[in-house]
Ligand binder design. Structure first.
Ligand SMILES: [Cu+2]
Length: 432
């Protein structure tokens, strides 16, 4: 995709149409509109205590591959990638009990958290006669356990990840998101009043990559040189496009529970009930991920758990079209879309020539995501016999993806990988 800049509050119709066409031509299609899931699927409890198993399992990729992964899963639940989204309040004491079922030692580090302890003593790097073996206390292979405690840091989005044999274990999947909220203000991204967002429109993009050759070598207990990895799959929350737009908890992705379809309604300035969405970016991989949603800037308000502000607390947040997330970094962004032209079929019917039929049709020739009207809320016109209209109610879809285009592929096949959609529903909503 070209990084075409659009003013923040203008219609994104041409972009959507272009996206629909590209989507149409290059990717396998689900048989219905991209399904929405509202709110963050947090793991949370009043004791702020979590029991995580490090274990092995498999994930599927859209090209039909099955990849052996390691990940953290809640001890009462099946294998999942990535690890559970842990949500806590800033300042609380958090306990994470790690149970290792993997064939080698592993651990968890909590970057950005305070007073980290392991089994009751300050967490320490581990070494033997060969040198450093782990960045923190590790659990022994197969049956080992470590109890970590820490004080949750400032509000923001953080990784938790393996601190042992990091190049290998991070690549194998041992990471997850830790969401730290301002106490008593779960609908604020950080402590600032201007960080308010819609709790039903909160999303994590945990970004990572996979070299399947490394995973196969680990599965078959063969040696592998981690300095020679070549990523072939690129994940948002452990899924690749088009699986990224499947709902959270989709039954056909039993080990990859988290979707990343951002679901917006038109933002109404001045309406206290109209709040922006919050997208929390996290890089769990080893290279930069330059991520950009089409058709809209996002406002970066928190970086690495710190509000973007100047001296004296002045607002220094900024609009960004392409957000470059470095390894280990996070950024929280407000995302909103304003219906600038107020198209209405009866009261403001802005005339629009419909695109040619071939620009509305998706392969193999029976499906379209175009609403037969480029304005939000547009109702369909004539749909040719035999054409399936995936668009439900005149909603928009805008693509959001890594702009390092090799990261927007599934083993080299483009329009996959680290890519998802932003769905904008008409103000009146859509039938579910
Ligand atoms: Cu693009």
């Amino acid at each position: 995709m070209n990084p075409t800049r659009s003013p923040r509050f203008t219609s994104a119709a041409p972009v959507v149409l272009a996206v629909a066409i590209v989507v149409a031509l290059t990717m396998p299609m689900p048989s219905a509109a991209a399904a929405t899931t509202d709110g963050l699927p947090c793991e949370a409890n009043s004791a702020n205590t979590f029991s995580l198993d490090a274990k092995a399992g498999y994930v599927s990729t859209p090209d039909g591959n099955s990849i052996y992964m390691w990940s953290y899963s809640s001890s009462t639940k099946a294998f999942q990638l990535p690890g559970p989204m842990l949500c806590v309040d800033s300042g609380v004491t958090v306990t994470v009990v790690l149970h290792n079922t993997l064939p080698e030692a592993t651990s968890i580090v909590f970057p950005g958290q305070h007073h980290q302890r392991a089994n009751g003593h300050p967490a320490q790097p581990q070494a033997d006669t060969t040198g450093l073996t782990s960045l923190t206390d590790a659990a022994a292979p197969l049956t080992g356990s470590v109890t970590y405690t820490f004080t949750a840091g400032s509000p923001g989005t953080y990784l938790y990840e393996s601190g042992t044999d990091v190049a290998k274990q991070r690549e194998m999947g041992l990471s997850g998101a830790l969401v730290v909220r301002p106490p008593g203000q779960p609908d604020h991204a950080n402590g600032r009043a201007d960080s308010a967002f819609d709790l039903n429109r909160e999303y994590v993009y945990l970004l990572s990559e996979v070299d399947p050759d490394l995973h196969l070598a680990v599965e078959r207990k063969r040696a592998f040189d981690v300095t020679k990895t070549k990523a072939r799959y690129f994940f948002i929350n452990g899924r690749s496009m088009p699986d990224t737009i499947a709902p959270t908890g989709a039954a056909w992705l039993p080990n990859q529970p988290y979707g990343s379809l951002v679901h917006l309604k038109p933002f109404v300035p001045g309406d206290p009930d109209s709040r922006p969405a919050l997208v929390r970016y996290l890089n769990a991989g080893s290279v930069n991920y330059p991520f950009h949603p089409h058709g809209n800037d996002q406002r970066v308000i928190t970086e690495d758990g710190q509000p973007v502000q100047g001296a004296g607390g002045s607002d220094a947040s900024y609009d960004k079209f392409l957000i470059d997330i470095g390894p280990g970094q996070s950024a929280d962004t407000l995302d909103q879309w304003v219906d600038a032209e107020h198209w209405n079929g009866e009261t403001n019917p802005i005339p629009v020539p419909l695109p040619q039929l071939q620009d509305q049709i998706v392969g193999p020739g029976t499906e379209t995501w175009f609403s037969e009207n480029p304005y939000l809320g547009g109702q369909p016109g004539e749909v040719p016999a035999g054409v399936v209209r995936n668009n439900q109610c005149g909603e928009y879809y805008m693509v959001a993806h890594s702009h390092a285009l090799e990261q927007a592929t599934n083993y080299g096949a483009s329009f996959g990988g680290m890519m998802t959609l932003v769905r904008i529903d008409p103000a009146a909503g859509c039938p579910s």
